[in-house]
Design a protein around this ligand. Structure first.
Ligand code: F6R
Ligand code: MG
Ligand code: MG
Length: 364
């Protein structure tokens, strides 16, 4: 059976500040998606939140980029924005860049990760959702899951994974893409993946079967809007087991905290902290950046789950590590490498300062 899993997310208002999502907004989204399920438009849905980002997880049989599915998400986000405005939540409607829907939600602000798949006899999937960071944050875990034998034992010892995976990499600034094969081309690949502010992995395919294994949202809000409107706060959908890495291999990259772009004002490096759903409310210095993992078994498109996969004491050391890294970085205050390089900061006063001080700069 061919099922499409669509994860569409947007920040339509924070409670309090940019730290969390309000239950009334989530309730509105649930109410509307329930109507869509009742009239058999959707097979199933879940409404989750990571920080101030509302996550619509939907299954249906309409394929990727379906205008009606995108329109439904758009309507849910606008209805949620009305609730957010009533409660005067912070940044109500922040990610909705236009009033009018133009047939596809991509490019209109929300993040999108969709996968049409032939459902296997058993279909475990994990949906990762992050807040206070950008799309390139998935590059490192993508590489570890699908290309690093120190992370994924199956690449070495399981016949079904041994041929490796193909990575579709997008240049989010030049709007180009390339597909590179692992393991043959990993040194070329890492040249790009190691620069996550510019290059982001969009999809991964099994080289044994050609089947899709993972898809991310690579929308870069700042590139779309031409100005700062918030960090991308990306999502990532990964199929597990069989021809793909096992659940534990997919989660393993988060066994250590690593540094991503985002955090306060989208202008800092900070550690990504894997947390349980209940802890996905970034508050210290608007962070540190968070990631949650929702596990599901698909059953003819029904979403059996979620299991809150980082709600596991085994990820406690990674959380401790993130707190230690957060404090070490915070001590740098306004200095790089805590603050992002000039061209990557989402907020800046540089133009105004240079205008004011321009005359006072003298040749050396
Ligand atoms: C980062 C983020 C927050 C805000 C910060 C300032 O992605 O959302 O760190 O950038 O709280 O917000 P404003 O400018 O809305 O006061
Ligand atoms: Mg926000
Ligand atoms: Mg957010």
């Amino acid at each position: 059976m061919k099922v499409t899993l669509s994860v569409i997310k947007a920040d339509i208002g924070g409670w309090v500040g940019h730290s969390s999502s309000h239950p009334e907004v989530m309730g509105k989204a649930t109410e509307m998606l329930e109507v869509a399920k009742k009239r058999s438009f959707l097979i199933d849905y879940r409404v989750l939140a990571c920080g101030d980002d509302l996550q619509l997880i939907m299954t249906h049989d309409r394929g990727e980029e379906d205008e009606q599915v995108h329109k439904l998400a758009w309507d849910v986000f606008w209805a949620g924005t009305d609730v957010a405005k009533k409660l005067k939540l912070y940044g109500a409607g922040q990610d909705l860049l236009t009033d009018a829907f133009s047939g596809n939600i991509r490019g209109a602000g929300p993040g999108v990760a969709e996968m049409a798949l032939e459902e296997r006899p058993s279909e475990p999937v994990i949906i990762f959702m992050a807040d206070k960071t950008s799309a390139g944050a998935w590059n490192l875990p993508f590489y570890k899951m699908f290309a690093d034998p120190f992370n994924t034992a199956g690449l070495v010892i399981a016949e079904s994974l041994h041929k490796g995976f193909a990575f579709e990499i997008q240049d989010v600034k030049a709007h180009k893409k390339i597909t590179l094969n692992s393991p043959d081309e990993i040194y070329d690949m890492l040249m790009f993946l190691g620069a996550p502010s510019r290059y982001a992995v969009k999809r991964v395919y099994s080289r044994a079967t050609g089947a899709i294994g993972a898809v991310s949202s690579t929308e870069r809000l700042a590139e779309i809007a031409g100005r700062y409107v918030g960090k991308d706060d990306p999502v990532l959908v990964v199929r597990c087991q069989g021809d793909f890495p096992a659940v534990g291999e997919v989660l393993e990259p988060f066994g250590h905290s690593f540094i991503v772009e985002g955090w306060m004002r989208g202008s800092h490096h900070g550690p990504l902290m894997p947390v349980a759903f209940k802890d996905a409310n970034p508050s210290r210095f608007d962070g540190p950046p968070r990631v949650i993992a929702a596990g599901f078994q698909l059953a003819n498109g029904l979403l059996v789950g979620p299991r809150d996969l980082f709600d596991d004491p085994a990820f406690e050391p990674a959380r401790q590590e993130a707190n230690t890294l957060a404090s070490a970085l915070r001590r740098h205050g306004p200095f790089e490498p805590h603050r992002l390089p000039l061209e990557e900061m989402e907020y800046t006063t540089m133009a105004g300062i240079m205008k004011r001080l321009g005359q006072r700069w003298e040749p050396l």
